[in-house]
Design a protein around this ligand. Structure first.
Ligand SMILES: NC(=O)c1ccc[n+]([C@@H]2O[C@H](COP(=O)([O-])OP(=O)(O)OC[C@H]3O[C@@H](n4cnc5c(N)ncnc54)[C@H](OP(=O)(O)O)[C@@H]3O)[C@@H](O)[C@H]2O)c1
Length: 254
């Protein structure tokens, strides 16, 4: 798909990996809706950076645990831009919790954000994407950001891993359901950005990188470049691309 002047929505686009993806799509000439949950100031900064590239951008808040707010998010996209060409489901809840302590609400919160929200966003996006007449060889694109916990179990990340495994399968079933009008793919990043509280210069983070075949941690831009590639390439659907320095070759590191 030619990305110039098309419209993208990036969930969790205010900062970190989502921001890198939003900026990369904007550099390709896309207008970008920057979804955020609580990071309003960061979302406004990201929107200002995107606008400085000469494209349109809009910050939109929605708690992804709430289907009504997801519906309102897509109503805003429709009202403000009238179309949607690329959806990136990047927002996620990253929770580590001892198995015995996982309560119903803990389970529900993570599954709602990491799996139900991408499903609902895909459903709303598909309606908007299909409403536009497109060349048959230029489908719209949905990109889900998973991680290796959806393939290999990570100790302590029970509901997270289950949600990401579900997201990887959602990618395949929606790729099949929505073809040929819409392509759906996943990116499976490895260690590209330390979670809050983990020192990027510290030993823990460096050790994670050292144990990958490429011997180093990555950067959000590697994920962003892959998102642009998947948005552009009109003949890939149902794929899950690891962007992990080869971590998937050696199994779980956690
Ligand atoms: N960082 C890595 O190395 C890495 C590795 C593998 C995979 N990934 C995946 O890449 C994606 C982005 O990673 P990241 O590290 O940038 O994630 P992050 O810092 O944990 O950011 C997640 C985003 O999700 C949003 N979010 C969480 N709960 C929400 C809710 N209830 N409603 C609305 N928004 C909500 C947050 O928005 P607000 O801040 O606005 O609340 C935040 O921007 C995730 O899917 C993650 O699993 C990351």
């Amino acid at each position: 798909m030619e990305l110039q002047d098309k419209v993208a929505l990036v969930t969790g686009g205010a900062h970190r990996v989502g921001k890198a993806v939003a900026l990369a799509l904007a550099r390709e000439g896309m207008h970008v809706v920057v979804h955020y949950g609580t990071s309003e100031a960061a979302a406004r900064e990201t929107v200002a950076e995107i606008k400085s590239l000469g494209v349109r951008a809009l910050p939109v808040r929605a708690d992804l645990r709430d289907p009504a707010q997801i519906q309102a998010l897509f109503a805003t996209v429709k009202a403000e831009f009238g179309r949607l060409d690329v959806l990136v489901n990047s927002a996620a809840s990253f929770v580590r919790q001892p198995f015995d302590e996982i309560g119903l609400d803990d389970w529900k919160d993570v599954l709602q954000v990491n799996l139900r929200a991408p499903f609902l966003c895909t459903q709303h996006a598909a309606r908007l994407m299909r409403a536009v007449v497109r060349p048959p060889d230029e489908p719209a694109a949905i990109i889900n950001i998973a991680d290796l916990s959806g393939i290999y179990p990570w100790r302590g990340y029970v509901q997270h891993g289950v949600s990401k495994a579900g997201l990887l399968h959602l990618t395949k079933v929606t790729a099949y359901e929505l073809a040929p009008a819409i392509r759906v793919n996943a990116i499976v990043p490895g260690a590209v950005l330390p979670p809050p509280g983990v020192d990027p210069q510290g030993e823990t983070w460096a050790n994670l990188g050292a144990r990958t075949p490429l011997g180093r941690t990555g950067h959000p831009d590697y994920v962003a470049q892959t998102a642009v590639f998947l948005a552009r390439n009109d003949y890939i659907t149902g794929a899950a691309i690891p962007v992990d320095g080869g971590e998937h070759l050696v199994g779980t590191l956690k």
